[in-house]
Design a protein around this ligand. Structure first.
Ligand code: PHE
Length: 492
């Protein structure tokens, strides 16, 4: 084997001066030898130096002349040693190309001469004998023998030789040289122990930075991984999950119960997907619907309402829920039907909006929503719980900006300082649910509900360094993202 041959050679000799000669001598291909040298060099068994040589090789034409003689010599040989030959006669004896080149060169060399004083053009030799230096030099180059460098100029011009770059190695012993390379053992086997050869074994060192084999089988999408972590945060904070297993919702729970007026632009088909079949809901709690109609039309509980003509048909329309707050309104209504007990609820699920898709928007995405329902809660409680929640997500610097939602007052947009982007980024929306929403449900007057919502996609994209939402979710996602995404942890 090539490896053994090299190591054995270096045991006796100081150097392999030319890898190609070595390969020839021991019957290997030069390529194989170079590969082995590279590997041994990597293990520091040998030290290899690159050699680069520009050398001359014969062209096809050069090869022929090396074999049969230069054209001028062929021409010379065709001229009789004594006497003369007619030029036409000479031309007939030779190949046209050989004749043409040979004649020029032979004249230049003053090997032949032409008698012009007689009517017939006769040729005779001028020297005796001629020495075919061209052939000689070509042979030397071909056989890698020494030659005088100045002589090659003419061959170059006559395109009988061209330059070729040759690369090889010279090799000496390396710092870890040994005549035989023991393959380091990767496992300690039962047999090693039984035979006792474990004492002599050299073990391969651990590679702590190796990534390990990619495993086959199922892979979790980044959204699922982040969802699990957010879920854990809520559970650690004592929240219960709300049942969000209905993408289809009625306008009533999605909008009306949330005190969102029926002419609000979000209720337009440009923003919301309405269902064709079944286009309307059949079941709504009638007396509560009545109270919702009241509050929209003429107010109550110290509110003046919106003062418009509330339509049941509008509330009946089925849609794909535009926020998980639709589920929150159902849950709060259910809570109001029993003797009051404080609650902490959360949900993480899909919502739909009729959006033009771009690098930050999709027509469907996931919302994270949390709410706390208790007597006497204040905006301070909301700010406090947001700090707690978001710092568990790894966002501890927060700022709040007054905002508007039809169902909360006051409302606050949540901003977090992103250390990587070096700027404040919007991370969510929050507020205290309005009395116009809570009181018609039947919740006690002093019960306040603080709530917030954010997308699951935003923190996932930041965490995984994805800047186009279409690379994360939807039909254009590269499956290898799901196979190869690393473990990323929220929080600090
Ligand atoms: N529903 C809001 C949204 O879609 C989020 C939110 C939830 C705001 C709860 C306030 C309170 O963005």
């Amino acid at each position: 084997m090539a490896e053994e041959a090299i190591l054995a050679y270096l045991e006796k000799e100081e150097e392999i001066s030319n890898s190609e000669n070595f390969a020839q001598q021991f019957g290997f291909s030069h390529e194989e030898i170079l590969n082995v040298i590279r590997r041994l060099h990597g293990f520091k068994f040998v030290e290899a130096k690159d050699i680069r040589r520009e050398r001359w090789v014969l062209t096809e034409e050069g090869e022929t002349y090396a074999a049969v003689g230069s054209p001028e010599f062929q021409l010379f040989s065709a001229v009789p040693p004594e006497g003369i030959i007619a030029l036409e006669e000479l031309q007939k004896k030779l190949d046209p190309a050989v004749y043409k080149i040979g004649w020029q060169q032979a004249l230049k060399n003053k090997w032949v001469q032409m008698k012009t004083d007689v009517p017939m053009k006769d040729v005779s030799r001028k020297v005796q004998p001629a020495d075919d230096k061209v052939k000689d030099l070509l042979l030397r180059i071909q056989n890698n023998e020494v030659y005088c460098f100045e002589d090659i100029d003419a061959l170059k011009r006559r395109k009988l030789i061209i330059q070729q770059v040759w690369k090889g190695n010279s090799v000496r012993k390396g710092p870890k040289y040994a005549p035989i390379r023991k393959r380091a053992a990767t496992n300690l086997t039962r047999e090693n122990l039984q035979r006792g050869d474990w004492k002599e074994l050299e073990f391969k060192e651990y590679n702590f930075s190796a990534k390990g084999q990619p495993f086959e089988g199922g892979h979790l999408h980044p959204l699922l991984k982040v969802r699990r972590q957010v879920q854990t945060i809520f559970l650690n904070m004592g929240f219960e999950e709300m049942p969000t297993n209905n993408y289809v919702e009625s306008s009533f729970w999605n909008f009306d119960a949330l005190f969102q007026p029926q002419q609000h632009p979000a209720r337009d088909s440009h923003d919301t997907f309405f269902l064709k079949v079944p286009s309307t809901t059949k079941m709504l709690p009638e007396d509560y619907v009545e109270r919702v109609k009241e509050i929209h039309e003429s107010g109550g509980y110290q509110s003046r309402g919106y003062g418009y003509d509330w339509k049941r048909e509008e509330a009946n329309k089925n849609l794909l829920r535009t926020h998980t707050t639709a589920v929150s309104s159902r849950m709060l209504f259910a809570l109001a039907q029993k003797p009051f007990a404080p609650k902490k609820y959360y949900s993480i699920d899909r919502v739909f909006r009729n959006e033009a898709v771009d690098r930050t928007h999709l027509a469907e995405f996931h919302q994270i929503e949390g709410l706390i329902c208790d007597r006497g809660l204040t905006l301070g409680d909301l700010i406090g719980v947001l700090h707690d929640f978001f710092s568990r997500l790894g966002m501890s610097k927060l700022r709040f900006k007054p905002a508007y939602n039809p169902y909360t007052e006051p409302s606050m947009e949540i901003f977090s300082y992103h250390e990587g982007f070096k700027k404040w980024v919007e991370v969510g929306n929050s507020g205290m649910f309005r009395p116009e929403m809570l009181l018609p449900m039947g919740l006690p007057e002093d019960v306040r509900v603080i709530a917030w919502g954010l997308s699951l996609e935003r923190p996932t994209m930041i965490l995984y360094g994805i800047d186009n939402i279409r690379d994360l979710f939807g039909s254009k996602v590269d499956l290898s993202l799901i196979k190869r995404n690393p473990i990323c942890r929220l929080g600090l």
